[in-house]
Design a protein around this ligand. Structure first.
Ligand code: DGP
Length: 113
């Protein structure tokens, strides 16, 4: 298995498991871009939203549920937060395992770079 996020999901690479359930895992981003910066992944490998098939949407929905849950438990929901899924080369995706960035704790700017 050469996917780092699969290895994190399997417990083979270290990460603080902020939240997990049967289908999803949330852990801190190695290179935080905001005071709060978590990543949410499906435990089952999916490359990105671009390749999602009909059978993958329940995992996507489960991830978004986890996004909202960790934002709430980390206290980001009051002031607000940003959710980002980079997709492919133009989207700036560097790890090819579907993931959402959950960023909070500061005012975000728009448009993104
Ligand atoms: P993206 O560029 O959207 O594919 O985001 C990938 C993020 O993954 C990036 O912000 C850094 C983070 N990252 C890369 N390797 C590791 C790792 O081994 N552990 C953790 N916690 N985060 C990682």
């Amino acid at each position: 298995m050469d996917c780092i996020f699969c290895q994190i999901a399997a417990g083979e690479l270290p990460a603080e498991r902020v939240y997990e359930d049967e289908d999803t895992l949330a852990f801190p981003d190695l290179r935080p871009r905001a005071p709060h910066h978590l990543l949410v992944i499906p435990k089952r490998h999916l490359d990105s939203l671009a390749g999602a098939r009909d059978e993958d949407w329940p995992a996507v929905a489960a991830c978004l549920r986890t996004v909202a849950h960790v934002a709430r438990t980390r206290g980001m929901d009051q002031a607000g937060y940003r959710v980002v899924a980079n997709v492919g080369v133009d989207g700036g995706q560097t790890v090819n395992h579907l993931h959402w960035h959950v960023l909070g704790g500061r005012l975000m700017t728009w448009p993104p770079g």
